[in-house]
Ligand binder design. Structure first.
Ligand code: SAM
Length: 235
C-alpha cells in the first residue's frame, strides 16, 4: 500500500503553533502545499534570479538543523537550493537561523519528502541530498523508510537525466535495505558506495560537509555509509 502522503489528494495537518510562527519567515519559507504552486517554476518565479535563471537547482530532504544547507549554500552561491523538513519545531529554529544569513540562494519548505513529485516538475532538479534519513529500525516500521520504490520513482522523475542523488546513513541495516531497493528499482546507477565514507573517500564532496547528526555519529565512532546514485534517464 502506498503511503497516503504520496497521493494527489493528501492534506497536510498543521494544527501546530509553529505553523503560524513559520509564517513570519514568508520571504523564504513555504509551508505545506504552498510549495506545490511552484512546480516547474522554481528558478523563474521563486528565485527570480536575473543573472542566473538557468542555475542548477538542488533539493535537500531532512535538513534538520541546517548544517549542510547553510555550508553548501555559502560555498555554491551560483546554485539554487531548496531545503525541506516536515518537523515543525525543527523547521522554525532553522528558519530563525536562516533569516539572519546574507545568502539569497535558498528557500525552505515545511513539507514532506514524499511530495517531491507535486513540488518539482519532471527534470527540474539537478540533484537531491538526503542525509541520515530516519532509519525506522523495527521490522514492523521498515515500511515507513523513504528510500524504497515509490520515493525512488519520484526522485527519478524530478531529477534531470544524469542527475545525482546523494545519501548518507549511520545505519547498517538501512544501508543494506537501500542497496537492495535501489538495485530492485533499476532507475539509478550506484556510482559510489561506501561502508566507511571518511576512511575510503576523505576528499569526496560528502566528506567535506558534516551534518548535525553526523557529528554525533562520528563522535560515537560510527562509520558513515554513503551512496552516490546517478539517474539512468537518457536525454
Ligand atoms: C536523523 S534526522 C537528520 C537531519 C540532518 N539531515 C542531519 O544529518 O543532521 C532526519 C531528518 O529528516 C526529517 N525527515 C524524516 N523523514 C522525512 C520526510 N519524509 N520528509 C521530510 N523530512 C523528513 C526529520 O524530520 C529529521 O529532521
Amino acid at each position: 500500500m502506498v503511503d497516503y502522503s504520496f497521493k494527489e489528494d493528501f492534506k497536510y495537518k498543521h494544527e501546530n503553533p509553529y505553523h503560524d510562527k513559520l509564517g513570519e519567515f514568508g520571504e523564504f519559507v513555504l509551508r505545506d502545499h504552498e510549495a506545490e504552486a511552484f512546480k516547474g517554476l522554481w528558478n523563474k518565479d521563486v528565485f527570480k534570479d536575473p543573472v542566473n535563471n538557468e542555475a542548477k537547482l538542488f533539493l535537500e530532504i531532512g535538513t534538520g538543523a541546517g548544517h549542510f544547507m547553510i555550508d553548501y549554500c555559502a560555498d555554491h552561491p551560483a546554485e539554487h537550493f531548496v531545503g525541506l523538513d516536515y518537523r515543525f519545531k525543527r523547521s522554525f529554529y532553522l528558519a530563525k537561523k536562516l533569516s539572519v544569513l546574507n545568502l539569497k540562494n535558498f528557500r525552505y519548505l515545511r513539507a514532506k519528502g514524499e511530495r517531491i513529485e507535486f513540488m518539482f516538475a519532471e527534470n527540474e532538479l539537478d540533484g537531491i541530498f538526503y542525509f541520515f534519513p530516519d532509519p525506522w529500525p523495527k521490522t514492523k516500521h521498515n515500511k515507513k523508510r523513504l528510500i524504497q520504490e515509490p520515493f525512488l520513482k519520484s526522485a527519478y522523475k524530478t531529477i534531470k537525466p544524469g542527475g545525482i542523488f546523494y545519501i548518507k546513513t549511520d545505519h547498517d541495516d538501512y544501508a543494506t535495505w537501500m542497496e537492495r531497493e535501489i538495485k530492485k528499482c533499476g532507475l539509478f546507477e550506484i556510482v559510489m558506495q561506501s561502508a566507511d565514507l571518511r576512511t575510503e573517500h576523505p576528499d569526496h564532496l560528502l566528506s567535506k560537509y558534516t551534518t548535525g547528526f553526523e557529528k554525533i555519529f562520528l563522535e560515537q565512532g560510527i562509520k558513515i555509509k554513503a551512496f552516490v546514485l546517478k539517474s539512468k534517464k537518457e536525454i
